[in-house]
Design a protein around this ligand. Structure first.
Ligand code: ADP
Length: 496
């Protein structure tokens, strides 16, 4: 039997850690997943225990590697993808974290961010981001200011900062590598995405000493080798990208104009803008999509705070449906002129509005309004919101030519068709929905020479289904106009 090669992908997410071994053609060979504890120590605070993240990583990797070996797969290396922005610091001498990891959703630094809000435009020009507690910089400052002895340790050169990728690589290599990749660095608010280096003026703004920073490598690079004692043999770590960027690679969005949109609890849309870092005028983020072989590819990013969560609300919040799947048949049972619009501002409205205090509203109900209207309006809303993002991206400089979707919600055919109708582009749904994990594996495989180039990677991609626009132009126009009216009314209500 000839030995088949494989790549281990570590997908360290917000609620669970997964390890998956992929064959080079993208087939899943083995996988393991472990959830871990979410800590909410105070109002708006969210933390993870780094030791638990480490433990779940080692355990899932061991399990996936063992199963792959049983199947005769020779794993050649590791790719890592991770929840972005989540921040931790550890003692370089002992390897021990000085505090829990502060999770991206954590809002404890809102006051500090507000106090320097006047710097936002200046900061956005360097980092492509907004001044928001979401990003790592203010979290690093908090750790340095609030944890006893942290600044002293930093001044002695003994303190390390890292996002989750950096921490895992540090541990996997037995403390030999203190590194990150450009995509993770680009989410910290400390990294200049144009000059591709840590920015001293930003370090001053957040009062972060340069000594704590990891070295920034490309996404397909030499991040170090795992300690042999961990997995029975030493493996190279050769690919790293933050979760949304890994999905961009996993969806093979390699051409400017390719848009990937992930519909899970929320929705994240990333548009490949090629070598241009477009500065958004619509509150989209400019971020590094990936950097490979000395070439940096940028992306515009927009998010919809609640997507599948709207459906969860119908099911768990108000009991209108019994399971998410039902929403498809219900939506199909109505015509375009059903008249009901949901503006799902359950957690505020994201780009292009950035109205965190907006709240959800439902318009156009009559005595004939039924559960079908709720389901249909909830699905339509996600498509209208994606349309708004697409329009914002286009007016920032690049129109999307193709949209590649993934996430739990796109199992819904009706949703995919309506999305194509609103965006007026072809929607592709891949066979392999593990786009994030496979993206990290692809990056590692590229560095290890298992793929020759991006075209070689793309040649393995299999499309499960394509959806093409199929709606009367007038109907579309009417629907979009009605949506806009509902959004305006919702914004007006939240601003009063
Ligand atoms: P996450 O990774 O954020 O946990 P997933 O990608 O697993 O999310 O997607 C789960 C979400 O997709 C849930 O919010 C669920 O309501 C929604 N969902 C699942 N199946 C369908 C469906 N057939 N139609 C609409 N929404 C769905």
């Amino acid at each position: 039997m000839s030995t088949k090669h494989g790549i281990l992908s570590i997908d360290q997410g917000t609620t669970s850690t997964r390890a998956i071994v992929f064959a080079l053609d993208g087939t899943k060979i083995s996988s393991a997943q472990k959830e871990f504890t979410q800590f909410y120590p105070d109002n708006g605070w969210v933390e993870h225990d780094p030791e638990e993240i480490w433990k779940t990583t080692v355990e899932t990797c061991k399990s996936a590697l063992h199963d792959a070996q049983q199947k005769g797969i020779d794993v050649k290396g590791i790719g890592i993808t991770n929840q972005r922005e989540t921040t931790l610091m550890w003692n370089k001498e002992t390897g021990k974290p000085i505090y829990n990891a502060i999770v991206w959703q954590d809002g404890r630094t809102a006051e500090f961010c507000n106090s320097i809000k006047h710097k936002e435009e200046w900061l956005a020009a360097k980092t492509g981001l907004l001044l928001d507690p979401y990003f790592s910089a203010s979290k690093v400052k908090w750790l340095l200011d609030e944890v006893d002895g942290a600044r002293q340790l930093a001044s002695e050169g003994k303190l390390a900062f890292g996002t989750i990728d950096t921490f895992l690589i540090w541990r996997l290599t037995g403390g030999k590598s203190h590194v990150t990749d450009t995509t993770n660095a680009s989410r910290t608010n400390l990294f200049n995405i144009h000059e591709l280096k840590w920015d001293s003026a930003l370090l001053d703004l957040f009062d972060v000493p340069a000594s704590v920073l990891p070295k920034v490598l490309e996404c397909a690079d030499d991040f170090g080798h795992t300690e042999a004692s961990l997995f029975g043999k030493s493996l190279p770590i050769a690919g790293v990208a933050g979760d949304q960027q890994a999905a961009l690679v996993g969806q093979c969005c390699f051409a400017p104009g390719d848009l990937k949109s992930t519909y899970g609890t929320g929705c994240f849309a990333l548009l490949n803008t090629g070598s241009k870092a477009l500065q958004s005028k619509h509150k989209l983020l400019t971020t590094i999509g990936y950097s490979i072989n000395g070439q940096t590819t940028y992306a515009l990013e927009g998010s919809i705070f609640t997507a599948g969560a709207n459906i969860q609300w119908l099911r768990d919040g108000i009991g209108v449906i019994n399971d998410a799947q039902e929403s498809q048949a219900l939506a199909e049972s109505l015509d375009y002129d059903h008249g009901v619009v949901l503006v799902p501002g359950f957690a505020g409205l994201g780009a292009p509005h950035w109205e965190p205090d907006a709240r959800a509203s439902l318009y156009g109900m009559t005595r004939g309004t039924s559960q079908a209207h709720f389901a249909r309006a909830a699905l339509e809303a996600v498509c209208y919101q994606t349309y708004d993002l697409q329009q914002a991206m286009a007016s920032d400089g690049i129109a999307s030519s193709k949209v590649l979707v993934d996430g739990g919600m796109v199992a819904n055919d009706w949703l995919c068709q309506f999305l194509s109708d609103m965006l007026q582009v072809e929607i592709e749904r891949p066979k392999n929905m593990e786009t994030t994990a496979i993206g990290a594996a692809y990056l590692a495989g590229l560095k290890l020479g298992l793929y020759t180039d991006l075209a070689d990677i793309a040649s393995h991609k299999k499309i499960e289904k394509r959806f093409t626009p199929n709606i009367n132009a007038n109907t579309r126009k009417k629907l979009l106009k009605r949506w806009q009216k509902a959004v305006d009314a919702t914004l007006a209500f939240s601003r009063n």
